[in-house]
Write a protein that binds this ligand. Structure first.
Ligand code: 5AD
Length: 362
C-alpha cells in the first residue's frame, strides 16, 4: 500500500486540487531520509515543469543598514549600537550596478533597512531612474513598509518587483517578534502588500522559518497566506539567532542541520502548493551550509539566487544575522563559483529578467 506522503505528492503533481492544511503540514513534518528525498524530488519536478532547469540571478545591493525599526531578531535593529551604520552613496550604488552589468546580471535587487522619510523616498526614486538610464534592468525593491503613494512613485520610476516579507502570517507569533507599537503592526504590514500589488508591482513576500515558538501549523498557514495574497515571488529563509538581539539572546542555540531541513521542506512545499511562482534560495540557507545550502534549495524547488554585488567594504555592516557568507568576495569570484555550482547540479542561468511565470499568467 502506498503511504500518505506518496498520495499527497501525487495529488500536488496532478495540479487538479489544491493541497489542504493537513496535507501541507504532513509535508512539513516528514523526517525520514527517504521521505525527504521524495518530497524534494517531487518539488523539483514541479519546478522543471513550470520554470525549467533554470536559475534567475539578481544582483543584490544592500544599500543601507539605517533602520527605524526594532525587530527582536534582526541584527540591524535600531537599538543595536554595536553595528556600524552606513548608507551607500548614489555613485557607489551606480558603480555596483555597472559592474553587475559587466558580469551579466540583467536584474538587480535594491535592499535596505526600513525608512520612510522624504529624503529616503526621493533617494530611492532617483536611484531607480538612474539605474534605468544605465540599462533596462529588471529592478526589485526591498525597502520595507511605505505609503501607497511611495510605492506608486517607485513603480513609476521603473522598479517592477517588490519584496516585503510578512515575517509570519500568525499575528500571535508576529507579536513575539516585534515591539507592541504602531511601528510594528501586523495589519499595517499586511496592508502594504495590497498597496504594493495595487501599485503594479509583482508581489514578493515570505517568512522566517524555524523561529522560536513556531509550529508546523504556523508554517502551513504561512503557505496558505502566500496563496491568499496571490504572491508572485517567495523569499523566505531560516531564522538565524544574532547575539546582539533580544531574541538571539533568549534562544541562542541553533541546530544547523535541522533548521536547514525545515527551510528546504518549506521551499519544497511552497513549490508544490504554489507551482509557478518564483522562489528564492536565500542567503540564510548558504549560511547554514556554506558548501551546498543554496544548491540544496534549488534542488528542493527554488529558482532564484541573489548574489551580493555591493562593495565588500560595507557587507560587515549589513548583518541581519551572523556569519553571512561571501563577506569578502568580489563579483567575478562569486559569479564564477555560482556558475560552476549550478553546472554541477545540471542547472543553467536564465536569460532576461526572470519574471514570475505566475504574474505573467494573470
Ligand atoms: N535571521 C534570518 N532572517 C532574518 N531577517 C532579519 N533578521 C534575521 C535573522 N536573524 C530577515 C527578515 C527580513 C529580511 C530582510 O531579513 O525576514 O525581512
Amino acid at each position: 500500500m502506498k503511504n500518505r506522503l506518496d498520495d499527497i505528492l501525487a495529488k500536488a503533481l496532478e495540479e487538479k486540487d489544491v493541497l489542504e492544511h493537513d496535507e501541507l503540514k504532513h509535508l512539513l513534518t516528514c523526517e525520514e531520509p527517504g521521505e525527504l528525498a521524495a518530497l524534494y524530488r517531487a518539488a523539483y519536478r514541479m519546478k522543471e515543469r513550470h520554470i525549467g532547469r533554470k536559475v534567475s540571478l539578481r544582483g543584490l545591493v544592500e544599500m543601507s543598514d539605517l533602520c527605524v525599526k526594532d525587530c527582536y531578531y534582526c541584527g540591524i535593529r535600531r537599538s543595536n549600537r554595536a553595528v556600524p551604520r552606513f548608507a551607500m552613496t548614489r555613485d557607489e550604488i551606480l558603480r555596483a550596478v555597472r559592474l553587475a552589468r559587466e558580469y551579466g546580471y540583467s536584474s538587480i535587487v535594491l535592499q535596505s533597512g526600513e525608512r520612510s522619510d522624504p529624503a529616503f523616498v526621493d533617494f530611492v526614486e532617483e536611484i531607480v531612474r538612474e539605474i534605468k538610464r544605465i540599462d533596462d534592468f529588471g529592478i526589485t525593491l526591498s525597502c520595507g513598509e511605505q505609503s501607497s503613494e511611495t510605492y506608486r512613485r517607485w513603480f513609476a520610476a521603473g522598479a517592477h518587483r517588490y519584496l516585503l516579507r510578512i515575517e509570519s502570517s500568525s499575528r500571535t507569533l508576529y507579536r513575539t517578534l516585534h515591539p507592541d507599537d504602531a511601528m510594528h503592526d501586523w495589519e499595517t504590514r499586511r496592508r502594504c502588500l495590497d498597496f504594493i500589488r495595487d501599485a503594479g508591482f509583482q508581489l514578493g513576500t515570505g517568512v522566517m522559518i524555524a523561529l522560536p515558538r513556531q509550529t508546523a501549523d504556523d508554517l502551513a498557514s504561512d503557505l496558505e497566506f502566500f496563496r491568499e495574497v496571490d504572491a508572485d515571488m517567495i523569499g523566505m529563509g531560516p531564522y538565524l539567532p544574532h547575539h546582539q538581539t533580544p531574541l538571539g539572546r533568549e534562544f541562542p542555540e541553533l541546530d544547523a542541520e535541522k533548521t536547514l531541513e525545515t527551510g528546504l521542506k518549506m521551499i519544497a512545499a511552497a513549490r508544490l502548493y504554489l507551482r509557478d511562482v518564483n522562489i528564492a534560495a536565500t542567503t540564510a540557507l548558504q549560511t547554514l551550509s556554506p558548501a551546498d545550502g543554496r544548491e540544496r534549495g534549488l534542488l528542493a524547488g527554488a529558482n532564484v539566487v541573489m548574489p551580493n554585488i555591493g562593495d565588500t567594504a560595507y557587507r560587515r555592516g549589513y548583518q541581519l544575522y551572523e556569519n553571512k557568507p561571501d563577506l569578502d568576495e568580489n563579483l567575478p569570484e562569486i559569479r564564477r563559483k555560482l556558475e560552476a555550482s549550478l553546472q554541477s547540479i545540471g542547472e543553467t542561468v536564465a536569460e532576461g529578467w526572470g519574471d514570475s511565470p505566475h504574474f505573467a499568467s494573470k
